[in-house]
Design a protein around this ligand. Structure first.
Ligand code: GCU
Length: 129
């Protein structure tokens, strides 16, 4: 199965906080990155992998798009994190990718002033064998 990297263990840009005030998250909390263009959450993960799955909640009425960068290079731009209906309703966004063996950074960076959705975890799916 996938390896889970909790957002509470990730790196947040300035102004981000690890919160636990909206129930239903995995682990001990979730990342509430700042409401600003450029605010980000970054994980360090181990490949090889074939997919990234982000657990998130978006209780607002608008998508919270992010650029997804691997090792500093944007591999998927403007990926929508659609509304989930409530901040306590958690869903997932999955992107296929080919992540080589070894250690990598995965950073999601907000492209709108709303910032990213609340991010709960990153699941890294290994290569099928
Ligand atoms: C609310 C919510 C936060 C969320 C924020 C947002 O304040 O309680 O958890 O991060 O909205 O709009 O990003």
């Amino acid at each position: 199965g996938a390896t889970r990297y909790e957002a509470e263990s990730a790196t947040l840009s300035a102004g981000g906080t690890v919160d636990a005030n909206h129930a239903g998250f995995s682990g001990t909390g979730f990342a509430n990155a700042a409401n600003a263009v450029g605010s980000y959450v970054e994980w360090r993960v181990t490949g090889p992998a074939s997919a990234l799955t982000f657990g998130y909640a978006n209780g607002s009425t608008a998508a919270r798009p992010v650029d997804i960068a691997v090792d500093g290079t944007v591999t998927a731009a403007g990926v929508a994190f659609p509304p989930t209906g409530a901040w306590t309703t958690w869903s997932t966004v999955t992107r296929q990718l080919s992540l080589p063996a070894g250690s990598h950074t995965v950073r999601v960076t907000a492209t709108t002033a709303d910032g990213p959705a609340n991010l709960d975890y990153l699941d890294v799916t290994p290569l099928a064998s």
